[in-house]
Structures are given as C-alpha cells and as structure tokens.
Design a protein around this ligand. Structure first.
Ligand SMILES: C[S@@+](CC[C@H](N)C(=O)[O-])C[C@H]1O[C@@H](n2cnc3c(N)ncnc32)[C@H](O)[C@@H]1O
Ligand SMILES: [Zn+2]
Length: 292
C-alpha cells in the first residue's frame, strides 16, 4: 500500500485522515482512533456497520471476469484508456498525482494503466474501490501499491476533495457528484460503456442482458449537473471466442447472479471452436464543471 494514496483517505466515521499503516499491519487507524481491517490479501475494508443492500459479484463471477480479461480480449480497450490517462497526466504540472478506479473489479484495467504510466515515467498513486471482496482480493494482488478499498460507490466516498487527477469508471456505477468532489479542477472522468451492438453475436447464447439503445445522450444528461463531455471515442474489437470464453462472458455479467456455471456450460455445448463476436465500447471523457 502506497503512502501517498493513504493520504487521500478519509475516515467514514469522522472524516479525519489516517495514520500511515505499519508494513504488513492488519489494521489502519484514523487520527481519531477508528480502526479498520486490512485483509490478509491487502485490501482495506472501510464498509463497516450496516453494510449495504447491494448483492456483490460472487467469487465465481469474479473468477470468470479475471480469466476472460487475462486472455487479452479487451487489451485494446486497456491500451486506449492507458493512452488517455498518460496523456492527461503529461499535461499536468503536479508531482503528486492520483488515479481513482471506481468499481475496480479485479484491478485488471488499473494494472494495465499503471504499467503504462510507469513506462511513461509517471508515478501516480492509485485507489481502487469495489463492493466485492472477492474482486478486491484479486485487485490487491494485481495492484499491491494501490490502496484497494471495500466501499459502496453510492455513498459519500472516503476520499478528500480535489485530490484525484483521473477517475476511471469501467462498467461500474457513476456517482457524479462524488466524482466531481474528489477530482482536481482540471481533472478528468473517464467512463467506459458498452455500445448497443456489444457482443451482439453471442448475446442470446450467453444470456446477456440486452443493451437496448445508445445510452450516450442519457449518460451525458445524467452527469450534466457536474460534468461536461469533452471527448468521446468508439472502439470496436473483432474477437474470436472459444466456448470457454463465451461461458466466461456469460458468467461475469449480471446473468452470473442468476445462472449456474454448469447450466451455462451445458447451453453452450453447440458452439464451434471459435465464434466471431464484436466487442463495442465507448470511452467518454468528462471534465468537472465547477471547481467549487
Ligand atoms: C461489470 S464489473 C466491472 C469491473 C471492472 N471495472 C472491470 O471492468 O473489470 C462492475 C464492478 O462494479 C462493482 N460494483 C457494483 N456496484 C457497486 C457499488 N455500489 N459500489 C462499489 N462497487 C460496485 C462490482 O462489484 C463489479 O466489480
Ligand atoms: Zn475516524
């Protein structure tokens, strides 16, 4: 866990900062003495007390997502994001920079982005947040220098104001007012959403929930109070997916909450060795409207 990212954290109970954790310590304490567990795997659980009503992704769903991402199918999306992040950090003049990955999942994209920033000679601190402990176990392994926190993105974020250079939101919930609060005035919010035709070729087989229409107008509208759209990039990735790949896609999405892995595999036995499919994404870059 990197100290500079720890400096961005605020205690959810009292809003004060934290003492630097001891090397290999099992808890972190705020300046007022509130203590939070650091899991053996290295992530920090700030979500104590009443918890949340949200049903987090299961261990199996997270494993499917990780296997699919590790196979490299979405590498070009990670590269495009990394390119945008490094370009943004290059434009800034500050030494201490911070990337927040909201809904970091298994941390795969953040790992790719951090590798690119390191290559560019940049050394941003990073915070990954997710509500799934199963996801964070993996994220903490992938990004040991980042601060990985169990948190509900719909709550006030446990981070100080105007500290983040970049907030990444890759298929995850968008808490516009909180993202605006934690971003520096010149900061950027990068949101990845699927386009309507995303994986259309396998949507029925994989039981993917339909992505009905292009949601960009709705996205811009939903963020309008806090952000303005500065850039929008579409990315189409032609893929060749094995039956295992299709099973992973099926299981890592919302359908994974309802289906059993064996049932899904059974449904996919008719698939050929390679099924062509097109992943279709939009990366939207927003800047905060106000610096207040
Ligand atoms: C579709 S996954 C994307 C994960 C990661 N960004 C990626 O692309 O690999 C959505 C993620 O958002 C997380 N998530 C959903 N609702 C959340 C909430 N209210 N607070 C924090 N994380 C949440 C899920 O646990 C999951 O890891
Ligand atoms: Zn406290």
């Amino acid at each position: 866990m990197e100290i500079t990212a720890v400096n961005a954290l605020l205690c959810p109970h009292c809003g004060q900062g934290f003492h630097a954790p001891e090397q290999g310590g099992s808890s972190m304490t705020c300046l007022a003495g509130h203590s939070f567990d650091i899991a053996r795997q290295g992530y920090l659980n700030l979500l104590t007390g009443s918890g949340t009503k949200f049903v987090p992704d299961s261990s199996e769903m997270v494993a499917a997502r990780d296997s699919f991402l590790d196979a490299g199918h979405y590498q070009r999306l990670a590269d495009a994001l990394a390119e945008k992040v490094t370009a943004h950090l290059r434009r800034g003049s500050e030494d201490a920079t911070l990337i927040v990955d909201a809904g970091t999942g298994t941390g795969w994209y953040l790992q790719e982005v951090l590798a690119a920033t390191a290559k560019a000679g940049q050394s941003p601190a990073a915070v990954g947040m997710d509500i799934s402990k199963f996801a964070l176990r993996r994220a903490a392994r992938r990004n040991p220098d980042a601060v990985n926190i169990v948190w509900d993105l719909w709550r006030e974020l446990p981070l100080g104001a105007k500290l983040a250079d970049v907030v990444l939101v890759i298929f995850a919930p968008r808490n516009a007012s909180e993202f605006a609060r934690i971003l520096k005035p010149g900061g950027t919010l990068l949101i990845v959403t699927p386009l309507p035709q995303h994986l259309g070729e396998i949507a029925a087989d994989a039981g993917l929930l339909g992505i009905q229409d292009d949601k960009e107008a709705a996205l811009v509208q939903s963020l309008a109070e806090d952000f303005e759209l500065v850039d929008s990039t579409e990315l189409l990735l032609p893929l060749e997916l094995s039956p295992t790949d299709v099973a992973h896609v099926a299981f890592m999405g919302p359908a994974g909450h309802h289906a059993k892995a064996e049932d899904l595999a059974q449904r996919l036995t008719h698939l050929p060795q390679k099924t062509p499919a097109t992943a279709a994404f939009r990366i939207s870059a927003f800047s905060p409207r106000r610096s207040s």
